[in-house]
Design a protein around this ligand. Structure first.
Ligand code: SF4
Length: 403
């Protein structure tokens, strides 16, 4: 029986078109190295629609060992909270937890059990592996069924070329995993439907022009990429999609855009560094080439004015909006963001804690601002058909889920 486990979470994601089991496959690039030290173990995280009930606290599943060492890759704070429970339940297991979640929380060390170490080091740094081996691998969770859709991440470059948005909690110091020699190893690994997700929040011109066209063109998966709806991307997107057209519209593609608010004034305030016209142009190009598209927008702002609402409505009258799937998120002042650190007069509210971990605070709005934000939500419900709108408002708890 091994006493060392490498744990990764399966995060189930529900959406009208692309529900999937998201594999937070943080160890896949170091799989061979980790395999020499212990076994892999897949743990299940609760569905994201249930997560706002976190403060009723989901229960971490039992582990197959009761003493030894565990290394965990935490994709989000919910994963980290489950790890915290394990540390309390299994005092004879030494647990080291890392992953993207670590950059998005604050905590008091005194509340962390002594057998739990939270690290912002990558696996390579923690084990002092000099370089990524570039030998990607993964053992599939045996709980997956034949027809399940699986999403897994393929790290190439996970930084953003904008980095200015005031609400963005992306921890830019988080260790980059840059792969120079893409081998597309997932081809043989996933026999089911799959989505290959490139976790870079803003794909670069260079990636889209030079790397994307090399992507395999078999039928069993979608490629999911984030692009910024800005002039930089609009200048090259038709060329990229034309090349794809020559390959019979392969690979299958989902483009995700963060437009975040649909008025010029608010885009400037958020420091998005793109305009409403840029975003309309991007949607127009994507529609013209019949590419699947996801758009994220945000409500819950403390500083809307009537004029914003007119512009939101104007935007939502575009016929192209019906080609996308829309996500309406609720603004939260997350730690490591500009609004959390510098805008405390305007952005205030109750701290949002998940166990010992603070993720920021839920904003409290004045009555006037609540009305304006509700009107924005209502405009989305009026113009966007319900089957393509995901409003992250949980009716059961009257709260939002944002993880
Ligand atoms: S919101 Fe997107 S574009 Fe803005 S800084 Fe964050 S990752 Fe970059």
């Amino acid at each position: 029986m091994v006493d060392t486990l490498f744990i990764q979470f399966i995060n189930e994601r529900i959406s009208p078109r692309y529900s999937s089991y998201c594999l937070g496959n943080g160890f896949s690039d170091t799989w061979k190295f980790c395999k020499n030290l212990g076994d892999f173990y897949w743990a299940t995280a609760p569905k994201h629609t249930e997560l706002k009930q976190m403060n009723d606290f989901p229960i971490a599943e039992d582990l197959p060992i009761s003493s030894g060492n565990i290394y965990v890759s935490c994709f989000n704070v919910v994963n980290l909270f489950l790890v915290y429970q394990w540390a309390i339940r299994y005092p004879k297991i030494k647990i080291v937890a890392g992953g993207p979640a670590v950059g998005s929380i604050l905590y008091n060390q005194k509340q962390i059990p002594p057998n739990l170490q939270i690290t912002d080091q990558s696996v390579e740094e923690y084990f002092r592996i000099p370089n990524l081996t570039q030998e990607w691998g993964l053992e599939l969770p045996n709980t997956l069924k034949e027809n399940d859709q699986v999403m897994f991440s393929y790290s190439t470059n996970n930084t953003c070329y904008n980095k200015t948005c005031i609400f963005c909690s992306h921890d830019w110091s988080y260790k980059k995993r840059i792969k120079n020699n893409l081998k597309y190893e997932f081809d043989g690994l996933f026999p089911n439907n799959k989505i290959v997700f490139f976790p870079c929040p803003s794909s670069t011109q260079n990636f889209l022009l030079n790397e994307f066209p090399n992507f395999p063109t078999t039928d069993d998966y979608y490629v999911l990429l984030f692009i910024r709806p800005d002039q930089i991307i609009n200048n090259i997107l038709p060329e990229v999609l034309n090349k794809r057209k020559e390959k019979n519209n392969k690979p299958k593609l989902i483009l995700a855009l963060g437009i975040d608010f649909l008025s010029e004034r608010m885009l400037k305030y958020i420091r998005k560094n793109h305009t409403i016209q840029d975003a309309k142009n991007t949607l127009h190009i994507i529609s013209k080439y019949k590419v699947d598209c996801l758009v994220t927008t945000i409500v819950g702002w403390p500083n809307l004015i009537e004029e914003d609402l007119y512009q939101v409505e104007e935007f939502l009258k575009m016929p192209e909006i019906k080609n996308a799937q829309w996500f309406l998120n609720q603004l939260q002042a997350k730690v490591n963001t500009y609004i959390y650190d510098h805008e405390k007069n305007l952005f205030k509210g109750k701290p949002h804690n998940i166990g010992p971990f603070c993720v920021g605070f839920d904003l409290e709005l004045t009555k006037k601002q609540r009305q304006l934000n509700d009107q924005v939500r209502q405009l989305f419900r009026t113009y966007i058909p319900p089957d393509i709108l995901v409003d992250r408002y949980n009716k059961a708890t009257e709260q939002y889920y944002n993880y």
